[in-house]
Design a protein around this ligand. Structure first.
Ligand SMILES: [Zn+2]
Length: 447
């Protein structure tokens, strides 16, 4: 029985499946952390705490993350911390590490992204955030007339290109009318029902640059006044915004500078749980934008040259149907949309794997590209689900519709309760990132 250093192992082993003995001395200092932890930001964070007892012979998957050592339960849905401990490894049954993905770092990008209001039509700030990221990482990019961003990494082969897209625009609303009562009537931006935002806090982005807060309510919310509040239809007529301002009339509201046409964004309420879930509005599709940003950083930091020139289109009009259907260079052969996988009855997609779409409302995605993605997932031990999304279309299908002769595909993290109270797990984020990483380094599909 040899004493092993978990962090050092992690440099070699991805999800090192370590068979442990039950003898786990906690509270030991791990001298290697300072030098070898691959993602260590908090170099001296070596508080030794083990939050879960292990049994003799347990097989646990483990990961090193910024100097902390995490274990996953076998189902993969429980992540618990075993902050740098020394332990006795009986046997290593791990695989050689074949990717540099750190899910926690991706979640940091996602948290930033969801916190920037960006309903379709009002995406300048979110795009500016992505633009400053590209500048920091020395990636050439331009902003198209529609307001989307196209970044390019030159590859070994510049005659055939790839494009990947994800969208920063989200669901939202616009002020349709100011009521005599001082409440605001709304019109929806994107495809959702009012019941999914009822009770949600919102921001009103007035034309004069000021932002006001409010709450989205049905007019008949007060239980002590409206007997029928449960039966009232959640429609454009009954839904309204209660402004957090002392306003009693239309004129009072107008004096604030609020007017018809002002954008309204919904509070994301982002939260990351200890069990590894990220709960937030707008994970569709900011989870994917975060993944692409992270991968671009990895490529730049490691000075990798991709096999083909690859463009990243951060689209800003997907929720209204035409985000990524332009600015596709002529050389583009493959066009991959990275957008959420749909979870529900009869769906194979879940919150712990990457979803590969075979067909959605727009029809089948390119068969060869789908097969290529499945092959990569198998080769690299990536958890994936092939699925069909019944009410869905993507920027890849809208690009084909717009007349581009491309091989199109769609993959993404599985998002529960989409276009409503969204949630996914770090495992899904990581598996999606891993598949894209290997895809970026792969040959063209069918070659
Ligand atoms: Zn989407």
């Amino acid at each position: 029985m040899k004493r092993e250093n978990p962090c050092e192992n992690n440099l070699v082993f991805d999800l090192a499946f370590l068979r442990l003995s039950n003898e786990i001395p906690v509270a030991q200092f791990c001298p290697w952390t300072k030098h070898h932890s691959p993602f260590s930001r908090r170099k001296n964070d070596v508080n030794a705490v083990c939050t879960k007892p292990f049994n003799e012979g347990d097989v646990l998957s483990a990961e090193c993350d910024r100097g902390a050592f995490y274990f996953f339960s076998e189902e993969g849905n429980q992540k618990f911390l075993a902050n740098i401990i020394m332990f006795n490894v009986i046997e290593k049954v791990g695989r050689e590490m074949d990717h540099p993905i750190n899910g926690q770092a991706i979640i940091d990008y996602i948290k930033e992204l969801v916190s920037i209001p960006s309903p379709s039509g009002y995406t300048e700030e979110a795009i500016a955030y992505v633009a400053s990221f590209m500048k920091e990482n020395n990636v050439p990019f331009y902003i198209n007339h529609k307001g989307g961003l196209v970044a390019t990494l030159k590859g070994k082969d510049d005659t055939k290109h790839r494009m990947l897209t994800a969208h920063v625009d989200t669901l939202g609303a616009m002020v349709k009318e100011i009521k005599a009562s001082g409440r605001l009537k709304l019109t929806a931006i994107g495809g959702f029902r009012w019941n999914t935002v009822e009770g949600e806090y919102c921001k009103i982005h007035s034309g004069n640059g000021k932002t006001y807060t409010g709450t989205i309510l049905i007019h008949q919310t007060a239980a002590h006044v409206y007997k029928n509040m449960g039966e009232v239809k959640r429609n454009d007529e009954n839904i309204e915004v209660r402004l957090d301002e002392a306003v009693k009339s239309k004129e009072d509201v107008e004096k604030l500078g609020i007017s018809v046409g002002d954008f309204v964004s919904f509070e994301p309420r982002v939260e990351v749980t200890e069990s590894g879930f990220i709960k937030s509005r707008h994970l569709d599709d900011k989870a994917s934008v975060g993944i692409l940003m992270y991968l671009i950083k990895v490529i730049q930091d490691r000075e990798l040259t991709l096999p083909f020139t690859t463009h990243f289109l951060i689209a800003n009009n997907e929720e209204i149907g035409y985000g990524g259907n332009s600015n596709i260079p002529e050389e583009t052969v493959e066009y991959l949309a990275v957008d959420m996988g749909a979870i529900g009855d009869g769906q194979s997609t879940d919150e712990y794997s990457v979803s590969i779409c075979a067909k959605d409302s727009s029809g089948p995605y390119h068969y060869k590209l789908r097969q290529h993605l499945v092959k990569l997932a198998k080769e690299h031990h990536i958890d994936y689900r092939v699925d069909i999304y019944p009410f869905y279309s993507s920027d890849a299908s809208s690009a084909v519709r717009a007349g581009f002769d491309i091989v199109h595909g769609l993959i993404g993290p599985g998002i529960d309760a989409s276009h409503a109270f969204e949630r996914t797990h770090i495992r899904s984020i990581e598996h999606t990132a891993r598949l894209i990483y290997h895809y970026l380094l792969s040959k063209m599909a069918g070659q």
